[in-house]
Design a protein around this ligand. Sequence first.
Ligand code: ADP
Ligand code: MG
Length: 585
Amino acid sequence: MFSHVNLLVGESRGAIAAVAVTSIACGFAEAATLAIIAQVAASLVNGAKHVHAQIGPLVVNAEVRTLIWIGLGLTVVRLLLQWPLSVLPSRIAADVQAGLRSRLFRSFTDASWDSQSRDREGRLQEIMTSQAGQASNGAQQATSLVIASCTFVILMASAIALSPLAALAVFVIAVGMFFILRPLRSLGVRRSRLLSQAQVEYAVGVAEANRLAEETQVFGVMEAQYDRVQGLIGVCRDRLFSTQLVARLVPNLYQSLIYLVVVVALGVLEATGGGHVGSLGAVVLLLLRASQNGQLVQASYQGLQQSMPFIERVVGADLKYAASSVDYGERALTRVDTVAFESVSFSYNPGRPVLSEITFAVDAGEAIGIVGPSGAGKSTLVAILLQLRTPSAGRYLVNGNDVQQFAREDWHRLVAYVPQEPRLLHASVAANIRFFRDMDDEAVERAARLARIHDDIMTWPNGYDTQVGPRADAVSGGQQQRLCLARALAARPQVLVLDEPTSALDPHSESLIQESLTALKSELTLFTIAHRMSTLDMCTRVMVILDGRLVAFDTKAVLQEENPYYRSASLLAAGTSGGLLLDEA
Ligand SMILES: Nc1ncnc2c1ncn2[C@@H]1O[C@H](COP(=O)(O)OP(=O)(O)O)[C@@H](O)[C@H]1O
Ligand SMILES: [Mg+2]
């Protein structure tokens, strides 16, 4: 647990130390104030103007009026100390929350695609927002724990100085109760672990319901969808209830025992013959306040423990991402001359190869089509080409060097990709093409022209400033696809990888994209997964992938002669005017 707390508040260590020091000062001021209150009250009861008393080790010999002034001074000191005691914990809580979120998102952005793609939708959001929030609540609890413990110790020490026996009795009971309540605290931790789990399930369920809203309407399964999310809400409700119950029950139990503790202390005082009435009053006041702080220690310790499962989840996600971060080399890459695989194999799960022993070499300027039935491994091959995934065996060479040796920036500038599903930002057209990279308006427009989307953009209400986005219907599927092509072309890549869209492309967009790519052919090495025969028109060679193996890699003419899969696909395509999905062949 302490390693987690350390991770949580590590960077706020200085602030926590300052909180501790301030609490100790505050505790001393409070102890002195309580002693003075008791003395002054006792003197007033006796009608005395002067106090001469032994308070613990201290002999007080002063006017009552002076004591009142000192009490006033101490109260002002305590008042002033409340400022740092408010500022510091607030700052710690805010810093810890922000720190936790930044660290987690850093690991996420550095993580491999393999690790990122294994997360269910909505999970990262949930961990970054709600779970990180509840984890940083642990930091607040830790700060309260420090304040309450310091105050408790100082008040207790003062009480011991005044009346060792009574104070020790209270101390023993307070500490004993802390241990007695331990099973309840463990119960609380188990409950909040279940709660944390349920919240993730709930968030993932809501994200999925949101994504499938259209299908839900079409299939008329709104009620079933509602019931499903309702079930998740119910589980969260039950677990929140039991977590809250334990969190409240323990401090409440403790609190109601405080007076019992003080009464016991009075009993001890009575049995040991009491003492000066002012000292007695001071002991009782100190013990009462010490017990209250004891209760706070208990409550904040419990709160800290109950936030542990949330901290563990955030830290766990952080470690998981961090463990998968990708290594790139330093070697500069200015031109891509050859792209080659040497016996590349790949499996998502051990023992179940998806690609086996793939070997090929491609020269700059070639346009390569990739065909094969669905599930053959085409997208996986493309993911390896893009360095989104690393071969499980074999070598991926660019210009004869292991691809991982090249510098990350060079690689990303030279290699671009258009995915099967266009994915837009909720932002302007220009921002979508630019996609966080540094480029001027001219470069953006050049890319839009190359992708044959510029003319469409000019007809939109705000041109390049028109807002587009995933659910904005102002932009058709084909236009979204061409925007994504513009994004890919914007940095003037030398290698372009396309996972050919099947659904989004209308014949008009398709011919525009074909035209554009044909014009760029001399500048680009192109790899395109082809679902339609017509895509292969611009390809110099075609790879046929069957069941994870590269069974043929040749010109269309040769494949037509020698490859049965290719032949039957093109035969079928001829009957469907070129629109055939090769996957279905
Ligand atoms: N993320 C993944 N985890 C596990 N298996 C996967 C994953 N992606 C794809 N596969 C499996 O790998 C095989 C090849 O998939 P894929 O490369 O997408 O084929 P294609 O693009 O040719 O349709 C399929 O059997 C598919 O089920
Ligand atoms: Mg695919």
